[in-house]
Design a protein around this ligand. Structure first.
Ligand code: SF4
Length: 305
């Protein structure tokens, strides 16, 4: 398959693009899976095992949806009350689009859904404690961005929000809604943001000035300023990661790497580190289209918390 990349990764980022052959694609979520635990990557991207949504993931998806819609309102109307008013209608929309979300609560349980909506509203309070959306006009929200690196690897993902300052400076913003210990996820979150920074640099010729994580539960902001040298190194890391994934696929060898993140893994019952046995390696995996990521939308916004 031939694709038109937006930039050639080996040249001047502002130079005209040249056609290349794209062999594979990688999202930050799947790359981070492999980095965290190769077997987790296999379960999600090769076996494509289903994962039941958790209440925490659903809450993250809901809060991301509300924050996206909030910016549809005129600036002066972006108040905590307006955000609160969006919670129930957005939840109804999500349940209509993904009916399995309704199964998070038992039939006849009215208190559970109410508490769920209340906890989502509490996270929005955390958002308003660190930002005033009346003073912001995001350039992009929930935007799919992609670039080709190493002449053949398409890297792509959805960023929560991109702000562009009048001087052209870019700020990538990612909302974190999870209740997990922050240190357990910060490295994964920064990896994801650097992934976006690399795509933006390669497509726009501008290194984002700030990569911002907004932790809504703690009402905390974590800013990181990447530089071009770091993104060059990061690009090499991503390409090396992809080669390691290709090699593991060819050998059908994805080893478990236990860590604190196992507590959030849906596949412990199949993991040798927990006494389980993985299913036979799918025969079709070797022939699968490498351009088709395990999930075209890698994860629902907020579900990767
Ligand atoms: S339980 Fe832990 S080691 Fe096993 S697959 Fe999941 S993340 Fe990997």
């Amino acid at each position: 398959m031939t694709a038109e990349p937006m930039i050639d990764s080996h040249g001047d980022p502002t130079a005209a693009p040249a056609p290349v052959t794209v062999r594979a694609s990688l999202s930050p979520s799947r790359a981070a899976d492999f980095k965290t635990c190769p077997l987790l990557y296999r379960f999600r991207s090769i076996d494509r095992l289903p994962e039941r949504p958790t209440v925490e993931q659903a809450r993250g998806t809901l809060v991301h949806a509300v924050l996206e819609r909030l910016f549809d309102l005129p600036a002066a109307a972006r108040t905590p009350e307006s955000a609160g008013d969006l919670v129930a209608p957005q939840w109804d929309r999500l349940v209509t689009e993904e009916p399995e979300l309704a199964s998070l609560f038992a039939d006849g349980d009215t208190a559970g859904p109410q508490e769920f909506l209340r906890s989502a509203t509490a996270l929005l309070d955390g958002y308003f404690a660190v930002e005033d959306p009346r003073r912001l006009e995001p350039a992009e929200r929930e935007a799919l961005i992609s670039a080709v690196v190493d002449d053949e690897l398409l890297i792509r993902g959805y960023l929560d929000r991109l702000d562009v300052a009048p001087d052209g400076a870019l700020r990538v913003v990612d909302y974190k809604t999870g209740g997990a210990p922050r240190e357990a996820f910060e490295a994964r979150a920064l990896f994801q943001l650097k992934f976006y920074a690399l795509v933006l640099w390669r497509t726009r010729g501008v290194v984002p000035r700030v990569l911002r994580l907004l932790y809504l539960k703690d009402a905390k902001v974590c800013d990181y300023a990447p530089d071009a040298d770091e993104l060059v190194r990061f690009e090499r890391t991503v390409v090396a990661l992809w080669r390691a994934i290709e090699q593991a696929t060819a050998r059908q060898d994805f080893r478990p790497r236990p860590s604190r993140l196992c507590d959030w893994c849906s596949h412990q019952a199949l993991c040798p580190s927990y006494g389980g046995t993985p299913p036979p390696f799918p025969v079709a995996a070797a022939a699968a289209d490498p351009l088709v990521d395990a999930r075209s939308r890698p994860v629902a916004p907020g579900a990767d918390e």
